[in-house]
Write a protein that binds this ligand. Structure first.
Ligand SMILES: [Zn+2]
Length: 344
């Protein structure tokens, strides 16, 4: 089969297009095999090139976490999924047996792994995974949008709905609009009735975010985000900040956060070490939360939103598998607005 792989760590030059890989077989009776129609990139994929602590890849390593396609083979014990059905994939693989899994909180699984990082990825003609990691979707949904949906939307749903519990009237500040998680967070916060503030270093991206429903926009390269938030809210600040940037933004996030505020992070793309003044933390009664991926119930919830057409990921660009390098170069440039997709 055809696939995008790496065989050593390094930069994007390690990416190899292959057409000689074996089609994977089911590993157990609860697995399914998906014939992939499209796969989408996430920032995480760039970390896989460099290598992640404690993660060993087996060459030729197939890239990609997000994907959508049709069910091609079904294990004997699989229920509720049939051959030929269109599906989206939850890239988070859990053991289904540890205490966290049994509580229904799979992202905390002690053996948690992600497709393309700990397990062979989706940028291939076929992927084998547990049937509990797929959900059926109507054939009317475009496979490019379906492929672009899962990881970013699942991550953002857990942050906005389950962790920050955003509700009507909440003011939500989201850094770096244009990235998949930031855009999904904006869409979900709007669905929950929040007033949404977004930042970007690009005025063009801010204009596009406005078209998609952003209420307030701030250019974080030229403007003082915390000062503007304070000024436009009568010094009150926002209720929730979604910060995936880390070192570059943390202090400004706290500067914009009002009393009883909640800050949620699912990453630190600019660096992981930040400073927090605990006097301001306790006096303002802030809550600082981490979040990653999503559980089965959250996967069900976002699938319902996709089926109903209430959530649909903005697409930046679509690339052919053979030209996969261009997709990764686009991701590395940071110029994208929406998801970058590879058609298989
Ligand atoms: Zn587990």
């Amino acid at each position: 089969m055809r696939a995008l792989t790496i065989s050593a760590h390094g930069g994007l030059e390690q990416l190899q297009y292959r057409d000689d890989l074996p089609i994977p077989e089911l590993r157990g009776p609860t697995d399914v095999r998906v014939r992939i129609a499209a796969a989408a990139l996430n920032h995480l994929d760039l970390f896989v090139f460099k290598g992640l602590p404690g993660v060993t890849i087996v060459p030729p390593w197939i890239m990609g976490g997000d994907g959508a396609g049709t069910i091609d083979r079904v294990g004997d014990e699989v229920k509720g999924v049939r051959l030929g059905e269109a599906v989206i994939i939850n890239p988070g693989i859990s053991d289904r047996s540890c205490a966290y899994c049994l509580e229904g909180d799979q992202p905390l699984c002690i053996r948690y792994g992600i497709l393309g990082e700990h397990h062979p990825g989706t940028m291939a003609e076929y992927v084998v995974l547990p049937a509990v990691n797929v959900r059926t979707i109507p054939p009317s949904i475009d496979m490019v949008a379906a492929a672009a949906f899962s990881l970013a939307t699942l991550t953002a749903w857990r942050m906005i709905v389950s962790r920050a519990r955003v509700g009507p009237g909440d003011q939500v500040l989201i850094w770096g609009i244009g990235g998949g998680v930031a855009l999904a967070a904006m869409q979900i916060a709007k669905l929950r009735g929040a007033r949404v503030w977004v930042t970007s270093g690009s005025d063009e991206k801010l204009a596009r975010a406005r078209e998609l429903g952003a209420d307030e926009t701030i250019n974080h390269a030229t403007e003082d985000v915390a000062k503007i938030v304070r000024a436009r809210t009568g010094k009150r600040g926002v209720d929730v900040v979604i910060d995936n940037v880390g070192e570059d933004t943390w202090t400004r996030s706290l500067g914009a956060l009002g009393k009883r505020g909640r800050l949620v992070t699912c990453g630190g793309t600019s660096g992981p070490m930040v400073e927090t003044d605990i006097r301001r933390l306790f006096w303002n009664q802030w809550t600082i939360m981490g979040s990653t991926m999503g559980n089965d119930a959250e996967f069900d919830a976002i699938t319902d939103e996709l089926r109903a057409g209430r959530l649909m990921p903005p697409i930046d660009s679509v690339h052919e598998l053979r030209d996969g390098l261009r997709a990764f170069e686009r991701m590395a440039s940071g110029r994208q607005f929406g998801k970058i997709v590879v058609r298989i």
